[in-house]
Design a protein around this ligand. Structure first.
Ligand code: AMP
Ligand code: GLY
Length: 421
């Protein structure tokens, strides 16, 4: 079959890499892709947030199956347009993508599904929001309702910080995303990510991971999109996963179906786990980046079969074949990220690296000019390895990273510390 993947980050490189291992894939196009993806698939330029343009492109290229990587196309209805045009698609409808696009919507679903999450209140005006913060006290969490590229959440340890966040949000710091705010109880515990496929009815867990949001070693510095990940996450063991399925995930899937907006795609639940009890922090309607890279490294070719079954409403026939393995990805980012950074610096040393089922450098933000790889984004490379245990995966990943010659880049040296301690 002919497959189109939408997106151009490390997540999409790992999806392309896994899809190509499956003999069902005859032709693969990735739009827009990046320089690393261009080494294994055809890259096409396309406005992936324009449902009409995507549908037309898919039809012109005789695409049989579309895999949507990021949330933005889903939130504007790209999956709806493709489905209406009769093109099989992996990714939820615009209505179901509200689980990521609106925090207030997710809270409403949790209430209806009786799923454990932080207590909350929502506000459309600053003064009542501030009065609520003063009454509840700190620590407290202030969230812009809409999509704010991961920056719309302020975990305030002091009341003044929470009040300032309210001024920022209603002052337009997050544009339309901040027109409404959700204020939440601060939850303590350890965070982990749970990935579940749903075809609208059946929910099938496909893996767990932990991310590292802070830029520097020791979880210091500003929040980023993620500086590294590993899978599985020890804190999300079988007992916690079973509780998360029974108390949070399946009730959410059932509630979405009951409302006539069934959830089809990957549901990525951010969980806070304390004393073996999971509570929902947030939903995302896509794979995490860089969590996807470690999941794809572990799933390999079966990832395509699972995504197809998900889109064709036959997940109940499927099971995941897990190897007893571990994977880690270490992100290399441009010096300065997540703040301003330079583009175009030359990256050397990639050609001599091992590649295969247990070693892979997924490209996140690279371009190729004059025969050389160059940095073209904040997060640039995802050095990924698999091992029989996490220490082996880590040693392999860092050995590769040491061979990459890119003086303008940096990486954390402690990915996996929580699980390896
Ligand atoms: P979100 O975008 O909702 O995932 O929030 C970003 C990060 O803020 C999460 O990954 C958590 O680390 C933190 N966070 C969000 N909500 C809460 C909460 N209610 N209690 C504690 N930490 C939170
Ligand atoms: N790594 C976090 C995310 O993809 O949202």
């Amino acid at each position: 079959m002919n497959i189109l993947i939408l997106g151009g980050g490390g997540r999409e490189h790992s999806l392309a890499w896994a899809v190509l291992q499956n003999p069902k894939c005859d032709k693969l196009i990735v739009a827009p892709g990046n320089a690393g993806i261009a080494q294994i698939a055809h890259c096409a330029s396309l406005d992936i947030e324009n449902p009409g343009a995507v549908t037309e492109f898919a039809a012109e290229n005789a695409i049989d199956f579309v895999i949507v990587g990021p949330e933005a196309p889903l939130a504007v209805g790209v999956a709806d347009a493709l489905n209406d045009a009769g093109i099989l698609t992996f990714g939820p409808s615009q209505a179901a993508a509200q689980l990521e696009a609106s925090k207030a919507f997710t809270k409403e679903i949790c209430d209806a599904a009786n799923a454990p999450t932080a207590a909350y209140a929502r506000f459309a005006e600053a003064e009542p929001a501030k009065a609520y913060i003063r009454a509840e006290g700190a620590p407290i969490v202030v969230k812009a309702d809409g999509l704010a590229a991961g920056k719309g959440v302020i975990v305030a340890m002091a009341e003044a910080e929470a009040l300032a966040a309210i001024d920022d949000m209603f002052g337009g710091a997050f544009g339309g995303a901040g027109a409404e705010v959700v204020i939440e109880e601060f939850m303590e515990g350890e965070e982990a990510s749970f990935f579940v496929l749903s075809d609208g009815k059946t929910a099938l867990p496909i893996g767990t991971a932990q991310d590292h949001k802070r830029a520097f070693d020791g979880d210091q510095g500003p929040n980023t999109g993620g500086m590294g990940a590993y899978s599985p996450a020890p804190v999300l063991d079988e007992a916690v996963a079973a509780r998360a399925m029974a108390e949070i995930i399946q009730p959410t899937i059932d509630e979405m179906a009951r409302r006539g907006t069934p959830y089809r795609g990957v549901l990525y639940a951010g969980l806070m786990i304390k004393d073996g009890a999971p509570r929902l922090v947030e939903y995302n309607v896509r794979f995490g980046d860089p969590e996807c890279q470690v999941l794809m490294m572990r799933l390999g070719a079966q990832a395509l079969d699972l995504m197809l079954a998900c889109a064709e409403d036959r997940l109940s026939e499927m099971q995941v074949n897990w190897a007893e393995d571990h994977a880690m990805t270490v992100v290399m980012a441009a010096e300065g990220y997540p703040g301003p950074y330079e583009k175009d610096s030359v990256i050397k040393g990639l050609d001599g690296l091992p590649e295969g089922s247990s070693h892979m450098v997924f490209h996140a933000g690279t371009a190729r000019a004059e025969g050389q790889f160059r940095a073209a984004g904040g997060r640039v490379l995802n050095v990924t390895a698999r091992g029989s245990d996490l220490a082996e995966a880590r040693d392999r990943a860092y050995r590769m990273l040491d061979q990459i010659d890119w003086p303008d880049g940096f990486a954390r040296s402690d990915i996996g510390w929580r699980a390896l301690d």
